[in-house]
Design a protein around this ligand. Structure first.
Ligand SMILES: *Cc1c(COP(=O)(O)O)cnc(C)c1O
Length: 359
């Protein structure tokens, strides 16, 4: 059976080479006669995997020495609560930039804890979709500023991060490792694995050590960044298989020329697809052009019926999961790092045929 061109927003496509490697090692990892998922998270085989996953991430992102790479659980959504619980001291406040569904959830989780947070801007309801510009008034003394780098649902991406005095914290779940990044601009970066990194089950957190130190001792240990930092994320049983997959995916990225190489591939794929949208009056991009995401390409057809027909006919041709998120409708083509250029070409070809038959 042929592999589908899988446009799913997440859990999402993984590199075929990586899946084959995982398959080859599934029954016998490193001559142990066991799968990586069947062995101790404290043994030497898993330890080497854990270390390589961290080392590869450090290499790809040039992570400075005063940052820690943590592997946590509960998805990016759990971070929405853990961030204020760990980083907001007594009587402190934080700034939030809201640009879509995910950053809306982040501020909502913070408010739920009963803390006063400042929403500096909110473009979540804007159509066409966009992220706020950088004309923001930060709150003096704020403990941190929270932003989402890529709104997965609307398809709008932050192109230039705001300069802040307070530590900038970014939810990069849907564009982590898709472009080079200056980690020193951030106090913390986090991402659920299932879009651009690995299967679901692990959450990557890259945090400046002095911030991790702020975790209050009154928090349960497994909610504390400090505890994860001090125990190298191994205080309890870690999701070993997802971390192993991060190791393989980051190895694959290093082989592809690191983040510069990957960004080039991503930009080529996205540019082609957006050009096809712009070349036609039948398709309409959902995001403001200057904020268009190279990861989640969102667009509309003239009617919802045509959109449903488009999704159905594309699926029959092996192009799956093109339906936009239920909250916004339309079409969403998620073309993460692992999505092949040939799949983008196939979609463009289909878009032309569909328009010719239905315009
Ligand atoms: C998918 C996604 C999340 C939620 O991730 P979970 O791991 O399901 O909690 C949060 N933020 C962004 C930007 C996402 O794309």
């Amino acid at each position: 059976m042929a592999r589908a061109y899988n446009f799913s927003a997440g859990p999402a496509i993984l590199p075929e080479e990586v899946l084959k490697q995982a398959q080859a090692e599934l029954l016998d990892f490193n001559g142990t006669g066991m799968s990586i998922m069947e062995m101790s998270h404290r043994g030497k085989d898993y330890s080497a995997v854990h270390q390589e996953a961290k080392d590869n991430l450090k290499k790809l992102l040039n992570i400075p020495d005063n940052y820690s790479v943590l592997f946590m659980t509960g998805g990016a959504s759990t971070q929405f609560s853990l961030i204020p619980m760990n980083l907001l001291g007594e009587g402190q406040t934080a700034d939030y930039i809201t640009a879509g569904a995910w950053s809306s959830k982040a501020i909502k989780a913070a408010k739920k804890l009963g803390i006063s947070v400042n929403e500096l801007a909110n473009t979540a309801k804007d159509v066409p979709t966009r992220v706020p510009g950088n004309d923001l008034e930060f709150t003096p003394g704020a403990a941190y500023v929270h932003i989402c780098s890529n709104e997965t649902i609307s398809g709008a991406q932050v192109k230039e991060f705001p300069k802040t005095d307070a530590p900038l914290i970014a939810d990069m779940s849907s564009d982590i490792l898709s472009r080079p990044l200056d980690v020193s601009q951030f106090g913390m970066i986090y991402a659920g694995a299932q879009k651009n990194l690995a299967p679901a089950g692990v959450t990557l957190v890259i945090i400046r050590n002095d911030l991790a130190e702020k975790s209050p001792d009154t928090l349960p240990e497994l909610f504390q960044y400090k505890h994860f930092m001090e125990n190298d994320s191994l205080s309890n049983t870690i999701p070993t298989f997802p971390v192993y997959m991060i190791m393989l995916v980051t190895r694959w990225l290093l082989e592809k020329g690191g983040l510069e190489g990957v960004q080039k591939m991503n930009e080529e794929k996205a540019a082609k697809l957006y050009a096809a949208i712009d070349a036609s009056d039948f398709y309409n991009g959902t995001a403001v052009p200057e904020f268009r995401s190279p990861m989640n390409v969102t667009f509309r057809l003239p009617t919802e019926d045509l959109e449903a027909q488009f999704v159905k006919e594309a699926a029959a041709k092996g192009m799956t999961s093109l339906k936009g998120h239920r909250s916004v409708g339309g079409i969403r083509a998620s073309i993460y790092n692992a999505f092949p250029a040939a799949g983008v070409d196939a979609l463009i070809e289909f878009m032309k045929e569909f328009e010719a038959a239905n315009a």
